[in-house]
Ligand binder design. Structure first.
Ligand code: THU
Length: 136
């Protein structure tokens, strides 16, 4: 697990990113922050759409931003959601984490409490690139 001060910094970045959330229909605002091996931190927020299925979660916005900037080694992901309790990532975000950040720590932060886990624990037996090999 990443050091406590680094985790604090990542949660602070996720909370800052949350302030940019675009959620005019639900007001359910979420922020995320991704820590790359080179020390860079990328924030993301949820971006909703009037066509609800087009919505993208904060975690994927942050992960895709990191990858688009060239990051291929992700150490940790923080998620900052509404309410006191930690917000767990949705299934689609877990799938994306399993591909792009399989070894990452995950810190889920509510406004009062937080919980630390790993992508491996959140997404056991994930479908991944290995399943594609040799099957077509
Ligand atoms: N959401 C996230 O951004 N991350 C999560 O881990 C759970 C859900 C967003 C998606 C959507 O904008 C809203 O929260 C729930 O409707």
């Amino acid at each position: 697990m990443i050091a406590a001060d680094v985790a604090d910094e990542l949660v602070a970045a996720a909370r800052r990113a949350r302030q940019q959330a675009y959620a005019p229909y639900s007001n359910f605002t979420v922020g995320a922050a991704v820590l790359c091996a080179d020390g860079r931190i990328f924030g993301g927020c949820n971006v909703k759409n009037a066509s609800f299925g087009a919505t993208v979660c904060a975690e994927r916005v942050a992960l895709f931003g990191a990858v688009a900037a060239g990051c291929r080694q992700i150490e940790a992901i923080a998620i900052a959601g509404p309410g006191d309790e930690p917000l767990p990532p949705c299934g689609i975000c877990r799938q994306v984490m399993a591909e792009l950040a399989p070894g990452a720590d995950v810190i889920m932060a509510g406004e009062e409490r937080r919980r630390a886990t790993t992508v491996a624990d959140l997404m056991p037996e994930a479908f991944g690139p290995g399943e594609l090999r040799g099957r077509t």
